[in-house]
Design a protein around this ligand. Structure first.
Ligand code: ZN
Length: 224
């Protein structure tokens, strides 16, 4: 038997901790429901980033680490909707890979609506960005409430979001002319990122690009 490597020791240490915790807080894998694992190794492997680029109609380039499908979609939903904040770490590691070398800007998280902040008690995008090793700059805020985007078409989403965000003037001043990179969890039609870009541009802030944890595959996009 070969001697254990540092990473296999780290893995067995992590499993030992997970086994101990599972007695107190029963968990199952966020990707496949395997018992006693927050995220099993095969599912963790599925979160290996392979960044893809999409250009939005307004010209913004969006780079996404994962396709919002299968295990990745289940883990992201679990992170956002089931309060499983520990998943910020593997998702943050994937997110970090979406930011290409040479893209220069201050990371700015797309803000969560007030109702989702109340419901969840945390901002998933900010948590994942921190786990990616970034310090998201609190530049954008929600200006007014919007309807749930999920049931809307592309045009409906854009209309629902128009004027929904604003840049905090004092924060925009503190950037002193630096460009920003938008950070979001999942890009669907891109309407949210386009509204964020509009709000920033209106405040005189340049947007160098956007990075997201995942992008929905084309067939899931209502209204094209
Ligand atoms: Zn699993």
């Amino acid at each position: 038997m070969p001697p254990p490597t540092a990473s296999s020791l780290a893995l067995s240490a992590r499993r030992a901790v997970e086994d101990a915790l599972a007695v107190v807080f029963p968990v199952s894998c966020a990707g496949c429901d395997l018992a006693d694992r927050d995220l099993c190794e095969p599912c963790r492997e599925q979160l290996r980033a392979s960044a893809r680029v999409r250009q939005l109609p307004g010209g913004l380039e969006v780079r996404s680490a994962l396709v919002f499908d299968g295990v990745a979609a289940r883990v992201i939903r679990s992170f956002k909707e089931d309060g499983r904040t520990g998943l910020a770490r593997p998702l943050g590691i994937a997110l970090r890979e979406a930011w290409p070398a040479g893209l220069d800007g201050v990371p700015v998280a797309v803000p969560a609506s007030r109702s989702s902040m109340r419901r969840r008690g945390y901002a998933p995008v900010v948590l994942a960005a921190r786990r990616a090793g970034w310090r998201p700059f609190p530049l954008l805020s929600v200006a007014r409430a919007t309807a749930d985007q999920r049931s809307l078409t592309r045009d409906g989403r854009a209309a629902n979001l128009a004027g929904a965000m604003r840049a905090r003037p004092s924060a925009a001043e503190r950037l002193r002319g630096r460009a920003v990179v938008l950070v979001d969890d999942v890009v669907t039609t891109g309407a949210t990122l386009e509204e964020a870009t509009r709000a920033l541009t209106a405040a005189g802030v340049a947007v160098a690009g956007a990075v997201t944890i995942a992008a929905t595959p084309l067939r899931h996009r209502p209204g094209g």
